[in-house]
Design a protein around this ligand. Structure first.
Ligand code: GDG
Length: 484
């Protein structure tokens, strides 16, 4: 059987139990643990000189990691990936900047990583590349003559064409993405934005019947593959951790108060400031809740060396302090803002303890926290979920109270409704949400993507001969005859 090679910017820490606060790492690791395979990417270390990959084994997974030099890290990771692509893809082009040198660094690192991966590859490997750091990775592998099937999954939103066009090398990036055999998105809306870009710029045509896009001289499958979780494993963990010291002490400190829980990486896309302000509005409009409800926000810092992340942190500390200063009483703090990472199972137990999950990103590819919140609940007495319409998860969680995170009044009304929701309604909504969570779990996400990748790679090797498309220079990868 062919090996699965997963490629992502950052390879999750190998030690089990070491908290990793990122959706990609959590999703990919859980998906890979079952099937086994190789996970290739950055070790997270800055090195003097980038050397050969370090290979380690952890269970069924082989980890092959490389260091990045300071210059690579600054240009590729901190620069083009996180100061250009991340904000723009989250519709914050006001926070995005473009620097040619950083872009050159982004392309260079993709090329270097491709060269390093090539030394590992066997002819029947299947390669699955993840996220915005690696848009041109397949193109670089093709230049090296790699003919294996290569798929790409974007964990974050894909913006509408007008937004995409604000990234100066937009066309080069899209052309590079078309070197993959399958390009997958979290939602139909993201998939449509990608197709719209290609069709409106006259660079290709999408066939709705078979999901194939003919563009930039290539045939590729474009699909929506919403990432999932393992809801029953999460429910079990939440129950098992309910008696942990930290959970008990939070429960005791609540003294009958209701608890609203939020957990996010500290990121401006997560809508934390608006969320605090909507909670403030609840306290203003409904003074009956004073002393009877607290918001616990866990927000482990990430990318703290990117300037916009330093600003959001300052903003949020300011807002939490201001709101607490305005409403706190000697025995009640309205917002507990915790700027650190917690153990994953502990988070699930905290979700289970709370009455409301408050998940209101301004934009989010999927948002695993929303799904984890639902899965963690006690079906006999579940909490209610307030969820942003701009999280991919809103398409899949029919029992959530869906809000527009830019409408503070609507959010505060939804909070009040969630806090006062009768038991029977909470149970019905929870049951409604557990069905799609089970049906589209993490294995389904992985297996449907990989099954498309296998079949498209087989089909295109035939189709390409019949469709007279112009293949461009270095991208003329020679494909082997049909593969199983
Ligand atoms: C990207 C996309 C997409 C959070 N704090 C801690 C902690 N976490 C865990 C959560 C959750 C994960 O990190 C965060 O995942 P999200 O999906 O909510 O968000 P991103 O990190 O932005 O993920 C996103 C995802 O990729 C997957 O495709 O859904 O849209 O942006 O699992 O529980 N885990 C631990 N300690 C913490 O303090 N252990």
């Amino acid at each position: 059987m062919s090996r699965l090679i997963v490629v992502s910017n950052r390879v999750a820490p190998i030690q089990e139990g070491k908290p990793s606060a990122g959706g990609l790492a959590i999703g990919v690791l859980d998906a890979l643990k079952e099937t086994g395979g190789v996970w290739f990417g950055w070790s997270g270390e800055i090195v003097g000189e980038a050397g050969a990959p370090v290979v380690e084994k952890g269970g069924k997974v082989t980890y092959a990691t490389v260091g990045l030099t300071r210059r690579d890290y600054d240009q590729y990771y901190r620069g083009f990936s996180n100061a250009t692509l991340w904000p723009t893809f989250h519709y914050r082009n006001d926070l995005s900047r473009f620097d040619r040198e950083e872009y050159a660094g982004y392309m260079r690192v993709n090329a270097n990583l491709a060269t390093k991966l090539k030394t590992f590859l066997k002819p029947d490997d299947i390669i699955w590349v993840h996220d915005y750091h690696m848009l041109p990775f397949a193109q670089e592998l093709r230049k090296l003559g790699v003919a294996n099937p290569i798929g790409f999954f974007l964990h974050i939103p894909f913006p509408v064409p007008e937004m995409m066009r604000t990234v100066p090398p937009h066309e080069e990036l899209i052309a590079a993405m078309c070197q993959y055999d399958v390009v997958g998105f979290q939602t139909d809306a993201d998939k449509q934005s990608f197709i719209d870009y290609v069709e409106r710029t006259g660079r290709g045509h999408f066939n709705d019947d078979d999901g194939m896009l003919q563009a930039f001289g290539r045939m590729l499958k474009v699909g929506a593959y919403p990432i999932g979780i393992y809801p029953d494993a999460i429910a079990k963990a939440a129950e098992q951790f309910a008696n942990r010291k930290q959970v008990k002490s939070l429960r005791d400190s609540m003294r009958g108060r209701k608890l609203i829980m939020s957990v996010d990486r500290l990121d401006y896309s997560k809508g934390l400031v608006e969320r605090f302000q909507a909670f403030e509005r609840l306290l203003l409009n409904a003074p009956g809740w004073h002393g009877r409800v607290s918001l616990v926000q866990i927000a482990p810092p990430t990318r703290s060396d990117v300037q916009t992340y330093q600003r959001i942190r300052q903003n949020l500390e300011g807002e939490a302090g201001r709101i607490n200063g305005r409403f706190a009483q000697l025995d009640w703090t309205p917002i507990q803002y915790l700027n650190r990472k917690y153990e994953r199972n502990l988070l699930m137990a905290l979700f289970r303890l709370s009455q409301v999950g408050y998940v209101t990103p301004l934009r989010d590819g999927m948002n695993l926290v929303a799904k984890e919140y639902v899965a963690s609940q006690d079906p006999a007495d579940p909490g209610a979920l307030v969820l942003s319409q701009f999280a991919g998860a809103a398409d899949q969680l029919p029992g959530a109270l869906v809000v527009n995170p830019f409408d503070l009044s609507q959010m505060s009304e939804a909070l009040e409704r969630a806090l006062s929701m009768p038991l029977a309604e909470r149970q019905a909504r929870h049951a409604d949400m557990m069905v799609p969570l089970r049906e589209n779990n993490l294995s389904v996400w992985r297996d449907s993507f990989l099954s498309d990748l296998r079949s498209v790679a087989t089909a295109t090797s035939v189709t390409e001969k019949t469709v007279k498309t112009v293949r461009q220079g270095a991208t003329e990868a020679k494909r082997p005859a049909a593969k199983a």
